[in-house]
Design a binder for this molecule. Structure first.
Ligand code: ATP
Ligand code: MG
Length: 335
């Protein structure tokens, strides 16, 4: 790894993290079967930036997002937050940091307690971290938060089911903001919403980033949205980052055949596997027994037999000193 010239700007970092999940194995096997969800990933989110994370369903995006926040313990590697190694930090010491790191989910409804009013949902976060001196201050804080996310103050006494999907996502954002975070993992925050509502939520996230200086890890299937919101992008395939770099560089000059396939599938309204399958053969292999070498090689149009199927390519700078990196033995070259 080369020295990072901008180290001081790094806020959330995962360093060669790995996460395996044990799964139900057959009766006869003695060793537990493992899903290799994340395999040696190094990524940094800088202060005030949005890092987009894209890839097919099941490639490990949510697992990686949860590792950043140490909502999961990694099997290997390190997690750093604001320069501090939090990989093995005791829960009691982690608590003050938890406040600074929040997550918003795809389905705002299932992540909101249906029996709590909006006031209670937001107040709970404020109370856990003792962020208001008294009830009056708490009330004022909740009102200000609701306004900040574009909800009327009279939303307070209502229940989540009384709101539309977009409004519920605003409640989820208000809850995350209640603890004055610095870093938010946005795990497909708009995928469940109507297309007409998606842009409103994206614009809200952009506004909040500007006014509050937030940093985001933005996980999404939608490459168009990522192009709009992310300063840098990382492309994930079967537990590994195969390409990363400034968003415009990666979108203009994708160097990994997989990135190119993803981007070629982009212009359609819904870039689902169907289109992708027209460009790359077969399905994403199982993370229980990933192919040897480059995990993409069985589907790759540029495969080099004898190399790609034998050795895992490292994530290498496209040109010396470039932030654009690709993990491929036979990359497409920048023009
Ligand atoms: N708690 C768990 N136990 C066992 N396997 C898991 C667990 N969580 C995730 N996995 C597996 O790990 C792999 C990565 O899952 P993950 O949810 O991180 O993918 P994803 O990229 O977020 O997918 P999606 O786009 O569908 O949300 C998948 O094979 C998944 O089945
Ligand atoms: Mg996911």
């Amino acid at each position: 790894m080369t020295a990072d010239p901008d180290k001081s700007r790094n806020l959330a970092v995962v360093d060669r993290v790995q996460k395996y999940f044990p799964v139900q194995s057959t009766l006869l096997s003695r060793t537990p079967t493992m899903v290799r969800a994340v395999e040696s990933v190094t990524l940094r989110v800088r202060r005030g930036e949005t890092l987009g994370l894209v890839g097919e369903s099941g490639c490990g995006k949510s697992t990686l997002g949860r590792l950043f926040l140490r909502l999961l313990d990694p099997n290997g590697g390190r997690i750093l937050y604001d320069g501090q190694d939090i990989t093995r930090l005791a829960q009691s010491k982690l608590r003050p940091l938890r406040r600074k790191m929040q997550i918003i989910f795809q389905d705002p409804y299932s992540s909101l307690n249906p029996r709590m009013t909006v006031r209670e949902v937001v107040a709970e976060a404020i109370r856990i971290h003792k962020l208001a001196k008294n009830r009056r201050e708490e009330q004022a804080k909740i009102a200000a938060l609701l306004e900040q996310v574009g909800l009327r103050a009279d939303a307070m006494g209502r229940y989540p089911h009384e709101f539309s999907g977009g409004q519920r996502q605003r409640i989820g954002i208000a809850r995350a903001l209640a603890v004055e975070p610095e870093f938010i993992v946005c795990d497909e925050p708009i995928s469940a919403l109507d297309v007409s509502i998606q842009a409103q939520i994206v614009n809200l996230l952009l506004d909040l980033q500007e006014t509050l200086g937030l940093s985001y890890l933005f996980i999404s299937h939608d490459l168009k949205i990522v192009e709009h919101i992310a300063h840098r992008v990382a492309v994930m395939y079967l537990g590994r980052i195969v390409e990363q770099g400034p968003t415009d560089r990666v979108y203009d000059n994708p160097m990994h055949p997989y990135t190119r396939a993803l981007l070629s599938a982009m212009p359609v309204a819904d870039p689902t596997q169907k289109r992708l399958h027209a460009l790359v053969e077969g399905d994403m292999p199982s993370a229980i027994s990933p192919p040897p070498g480059c995990a993409f090689h069985p589907r790759c149009p540029r495969v080099l037999e004898g190399t790609c199927n034998q050795e895992v390519p490292g994530l290498i700078e496209a040109t010396f000193g470039s932030e654009h990196r690709v993990a491929c033995w036979n990359p497409l070259v920048e023009p």
